[in-house]
Design a protein around this ligand. Structure first.
Ligand SMILES: Cc1cc2nc3c(=O)[nH]c(=O)nc-3n(C[C@H](O)[C@H](O)[C@H](O)COP(=O)(O)OP(=O)(O)OC[C@H]3O[C@@H](n4cnc5c(N)ncnc54)[C@H](O)[C@@H]3O)c2cc1C
Length: 287
């Protein structure tokens, strides 16, 4: 493994000072699930200075935000999020999907999953239908972004190609999931190659704002098929004002990902994504 120096700051401010000092040679170290693999494999982009943020107090919590929403500190473990009645039941259960009994599930933290360098992750995809937001600590004070703004896919940030916009001296501190409005239903489903914790071959997070049987508003977000969670606006607009039915599902499937350009060996991802759309709409129609 490449030799590294580890800092253990106890405040967010100290961590930001250290990150600012070492520039892009430093990296935030949360659960380490991804970072340690990069170091063991001696990858060029692995940091030389690790800024271990686990000693920082007040970054590990799940609490109400006073308006019916939920705030989740960046160091909260996925297992804690899944087990929490607040985040799980308040938000329609989407966040409870996690695979049980796996190491990554117990070690990796919310912040790390959202700051993954090439975007294969599930969490941002799953959070977008909820219009979730994140807070970043920066040298100039806190910065608020929607999760969608956080992960625009393939952007140059501080000379590095990233899927997210977090700068070298910024730390994701909190995720906020606003209170769902009455009539809001959501689901997240993913297809993975093995029956263990694994990256999505395709996934779908779908949210429908219903008024009776009519879809007032929709969020359709595919994961695992692009360099970012891919929001399918054409299908979202098509669904508005309609009632879920087998015909509507077939039309939405036909319309979805119409302009996609699969690579030689992954065209099946498009079929998987369309299958997930049918399954998501059916599931929400029955919910
Ligand atoms: C075998 C395997 C299977 C996986 N399967 C899945 C899967 O099915 N679904 C899925 O979504 N992910 C999956 N992952 C990805 C993995 O779960 C994430 O890499 C991990 O959750 C990141 O969390 P961490 O706390 O361990 O982050 P770390 O490894 O500590 O950090 C990951 C990256 O985020 C940065 N970072 C961490 N915390 C912060 C913060 N608060 N602010 C700013 N930057 C930060 C780090 O600098 C680093 O660049 C898998 C990984 C492996 C190795």
């Amino acid at each position: 493994m490449k030799p590294v120096s580890i800092y253990k700051p106890v405040t967010v401010e100290q961590a930001i000072q250290i990150l600012s000092l070492h520039g892009t040679e430093a990296g935030v170290y949360a659960g380490g699930t991804d970072l340690l693999i990069r170091l063991k494999n001696r990858l060029k982009q692995a940091p030389t200075y690790l800024v271990d943020i686990k000693k920082i107090e007040n970054l590990r919590y799940i609490r109400e935000d006073g308006q019916g929403g939920v705030q989740i500190g960046a160091l909260t473990k996925l297992a804690e999020v899944a087990d929490s009645p607040l985040s799980c039941y308040r938000n329609g259960g989407f966040i409870c999907y996690g695979a049980i009994g796996d190491n990554s599930y117990y070690h990796s933290a919310m912040g790390g999953r959202l700051c993954y360098a090439v975007y294969p992750g599930d969490i941002a995809t799953a959070l977008i239908p909820y219009d979730a937001k994140v807070t970043l600590a920066t040298p100039f004070g806190p910065k608020a972004l929607t999760v969608e703004q956080l992960v625009p896919g393939d952007v140059m940030v501080d000379g590095r190609l990233q899927s997210h916009v977090v700068r070298f001296n910024e730390i994701l501190t909190e995720v906020t999931i606003p209170a769902p409005r009455p009539g809001f239903k959501a689901s997240f489903e993913k297809i993975r190659p093995r029956e263990v914790w694994d990256f999505a071959m395709a996934s779908l997070a779908i949210g429908l704002q219903m008024q009776g049987n009519t879809i007032q508003d929709a969020r359709v977000v595919f994961g695992g098929i692009a360099g970012k969670p891919y929001r399918e606006h054409a299908v979202e607009n098509f669904l508005k004002g309609k009632t879920v039915s087998p015909q509507l599902t077939a039309q939405a499937q036909a319309m979805a990902l119409a302009n996609s350009a699969p690579l030689k060996y992954n065209a099946e991802k498009i079929d998987m994504a369309k299958g997930l759309l049918a399954s998501g709409l059916e599931k929400l129609a029955m919910a």
